[in-house]
Design a protein around this ligand. Structure first.
Ligand SMILES: O=P(O)(O)OC[C@H]1O[C@H](OP(=O)(O)OP(=O)(O)O)[C@H](O)[C@@H]1O
Length: 224
């Protein structure tokens, strides 16, 4: 077995995700029309232990990646909201780091406190947190919201999974690479397709799944 540089925390995260059906191997048709041999369903991160390991992994990512110091974690509705909340807690718990937590509503509220933003005001350095960037539509909407606040500056994006696939454009770049270049910010992920491949190679015993993902990567993967 060849040794990989895969972080033990990532191995734990992958194994928890497989055990809970969050990371699946098989045949899945994506929004892009591509037929993928694997699928990550963040909607299934709904137990105490999964939320706990997810928040630890995201906090570790933020603390040890290219994402700079920041003031507010912004979670776009809907799936970004719990991810931002639990990560805000984990940053304090694991790293003693204080930050604000905020999110948007998909529909503007016209009574009570009103408006479409909840939580920390969008002021200072902002990091967006979400499950995945696919076409980039959701992240661009979140970036547009932040741009409406003159005192807010987007400094990074954290996501759970980077599929490292080419986008629809002819550039051969992924959505992540396009967003990084266009906005001049780092977009980091807890897991990449390369990590999943490394894991399957190291673990062994899942040769069919490994072969299918290698083929998919050859066809749609970005240059790594
Ligand atoms: O890059 P994209 O093509 O926009 O796809 C990725 C987005 O799609 C999903 O959210 P969705 O907008 O479906 O809302 P949800 O969080 O309410 O599921 C997902 O949570 C990402 O935010």
């Amino acid at each position: 077995m060849s040794s990989t540089k895969l972080d033990p925390a990532k191995v734990t995260f992958i194994e928890d995700a497989i055990a809970s059906g969050v990371l699946l191997f098989g045949t899945f048709e994506l929004k892009s029309g591509r037929v993928s041999p694997y699928f990550f369903n963040a909607g299934l991160l709904h137990s105490s232990s999964l939320l706990s390991s997810t928040s630890s992994a995201l906090a570790q990512l933020i603390a040890h990646s290219r994402i700079p110091e920041f003031d507010v974690l912004f979670g776009p509705a809907y799936k970004g909201i719990p991810l931002a909340a639990v990560t805000c807690v984990a940053l304090k718990r694991d790293y003693g780091r204080e930050c604000g937590f905020g999110y948007n509503r998909k529909e503007v509220k016209d009574h009570g406190e009103g408006g479409s933003l909840v939580g920390a005001p969008l002021r200072g350095r902002i990091v967006i947190i979400d499950d995945v960037l696919t076409s980039g539509k959701a992240i661009r909407e979140a970036i547009d919201i932040i741009a409406q606040y003159p005192e807010a500056q987007l400094v990074g994006v954290a996501q759970l999974v980077d599929r490292q696939e080419t986008g629809k454009g002819a550039s051969g770049k992924s959505t992540v690479q396009e967003v990084e270049e266009e906005f001049g910010i780092p977009v980091e992920a807890v897991l990449t397709m390369a990590n999943i491949l490394d894991y399957l190679r190291e673990k062994g015993g899942m040769e069919e799944e490994l072969k299918a993902i290698e083929e998919y990567d050859k066809q749609y993967g970005i240059k790594k």
